[in-house]
Design a protein around this ligand. Structure first.
Ligand code: PBG
Length: 332
């Protein structure tokens, strides 16, 4: 029998012989510190509302939001990302409500900060929850106008910073927005407000359930965001986007969606070595949840999917399963 002289020396299975050994040599870890819980807030509802296309995820009204934040904190998750579900009567073509100091987002940020000052709040900046056409910017001559939109994004960012948001996260994909918002923040003395840029945000069908959740799907109709969100065919372009955002003053960059774009996470992290987040978006979450509910996949696929983000180099992950996974990790 042929014996490879090297073979008995090298048995990779030695380091897989028990769970303690596996833990000892583990290259990556996933902890509660890496997880960010997106939360939907809605005005004029008492209690909560289910979102049909996102199993287990709810919209919270003012009377129920604090209890939910408390339960997130108890799970070990310290950061939340808020998304507003705005009354259709408040939507217009310019998304004016976005810049109202007392809008749902600002009031919710204040309410949460008063009760949980240590919780880190990420506030999304984009106009789509506020526009009657469902686009992230102002439309002029049938085109989402970049520079007109920047003015509104600056004001939107300022009201959110003033309300107490720790992190402002522009998700609109207008060119030059990071620079425009950074300048507005510096000029108004919000020098420590963190900018998390959705730098590489792709034009993806995986956002479908989110658009149901915030009721923007019907506003958008069959219109596409392809004139501002990135084409799924491109990866070099993601580096260009990130380089631009770093130059303009982004502190953290994000890739979105997550699992189908982990190559982009890895590319950005290895190229720029800056804090890099990834967003496991609504469609990814719902796909897994539905298969789990059917019994076609084991519950553990959710954890496994998040480990893949860590392997790719993500420093933190926005995921609708943050609270649930955090509780699981901390039970072990
Ligand atoms: C809005 C925004 C979207 C998401 C986060 N912020 C949707 C979109 O761009 O249409 C998607 C998140 C998800 O699918 O979970 N600018």
């Amino acid at each position: 029998m042929f014996i490879n002289r090297k073979f008995p020396n090298t048995r990779l299975r030695r380091l897989r012989s028990s769970s303690n050994i596996l833990d000892l040599v583990s290259e990556k870890r996933l902890s509660s510190d890496d997880l960010i819980q997106p939360v939907f807030i809605k005005e004029d509802i008492d209690g909560t509302e289910e979102i049909e296309s996102m199993p287990g995820i709810l919209r919270y009204g003012k009377s129920s939001i604090l209890r939910e934040v408390e339960s997130i904190v108890r799970s070990g998750v310290k950061t939340i990302a808020l998304f507003p579900v705005v009354n259709s009567s408040k939507k217009d073509s310019k998304g004016s409500e976005a810049t109202n100091k007392n809008n749902l987002m600002c009031e919710s940020v204040r309410l949460i900060k008063e009760n949980f000052p240590e919780v880190i709040i990420i506030a999304d900046v984009a106009l789509d929850p506020y526009t009657d056409h469902g686009h992230d910017g102002i439309i002029k001559n049938n085109y989402v106008d970049n520079d007109l939109t920047l003015d509104i994004l600056r004001s939107q960012s300022l009201v959110l910073a003033e309300a107490g948001a720790d992190i402002i996260a522009p998700s609109d994909m207008m060119d030059g927005r990071i620079g425009a918002i950074r300048e507005a923040l510096e000029d108004s003395d919000y020098k420590n407000t963190i900018l998390l840029s959705y730098a590489a945000k792709y034009n993806s069908k995986f956002y479908g359930p989110f658009r149901d959740a915030v009721n923007s799907a019907s506003n958008l109709g069959t219109s596409s965001k392809s004139s501002y969100q990135m084409s799924p065919y491109n990866s070099d372009e993601a580096l260009h986007e990130v380089a631009m955002d770093i130059n303009e003053g982004a502190d953290i960059v994000m890739v979105k969606p997550g699992m189908p774009y982990l190559d982009i996470v890895s590319l950005i992290k290895s190229t720029f070595k800056i804090p890099t987040f990834a967003y496991q978006v609504s469609g990814e979450y719902s796909m897994l949840k539905l298969a789990i509910a059917k019994g076609w996949l084991d519950n553990e696929v959710m954890l496994e999917s998040l480990i893949s983000f860590k392997r790719a180099g993500a420093d933190a992950i926005l995921t609708y399963s943050a609270k649930e996974i955090s509780m699981e990790i901390n039970k072990k």
